[in-house]
Design a protein around this ligand. Structure first.
Ligand SMILES: [Zn+2]
Ligand SMILES: [Zn+2]
Length: 175
């Protein structure tokens, strides 16, 4: 995104100092660029390499925020139980209301302090992007149900016994 950027507070990069935008005319905008920061979004969610850009534009109702962010977080693969890096993506497209008493959602209000903490909203959006069944990679072969061997690393003697589940039913009926 072209445009002038505002420096972030490295220690809490999601706390954006947007107060100066409130004193500008409608249409004035500034970018907030994230270039690979590790961020503790909440007590239960940390991300690495937070990157992307958000633009805030002064409107008559407050500040309009737009942008995309990406980051990695650690998840456990449901098949092989290994921890892997999952990339999460969020898209911001929201009006942050000012003055805050006009906002119906407290997450979408610019506080009187002019410090907009995007952490709770970012957490909500990141969680929406969590996969329901996280897998380290699409072709992950998982663990052997017999011996627990990680089939991505090596096969085991049970690997050959892999039968089509429909045939398995037949086999059970026959025995
Ligand atoms: Zn896996
Ligand atoms: Zn096995």
């Amino acid at each position: 995104m072209p445009g002038q950027s505002v420096k972030l507070d490295i220690r809490s990069p999601l706390r954006l100092n947007v107060g100066f935008l409130l004193h500008r005319d409608v249409g004035f905008n500034r970018n907030f660029d994230f270039d690979g920061l590790g961020v503790k979004v909440s007590d239960d969610l940390e991300v690495r390499n937070l990157r992307g850009s958000m633009r805030f534009t002064r409107t008559a109702q407050g500040l309009y925020g737009q942008g995309n962010l990406k980051a990695e977080t650690s998840l456990e693969c449901v098949r092989c139980l290994k921890t892997f890096d999952q990339t999460l993506e969020i898209r911001l497209d929201d009006l942050f209301v000012y003055p805050p008493d006009r906002a119906s959602d407290p997450l979408l209000a610019v506080p009187e302090t002019g410090i907009l903490d995007l952490s709770p909203l970012t957490r909500e959006y990141l969680l929406l992007d969590f996969p329901l069944q996280p897998v380290c990679r699409a072709e992950c072969r998982g663990l052997c149900p017999e011996c627990g061997n990680n089939l991505n690393d090596k096969s085991c003697q049970h690997t050959q016994a892999e039968v089509d589940p429909r045939l398995e039913v037949l086999k059970d009926l026959l025995s």
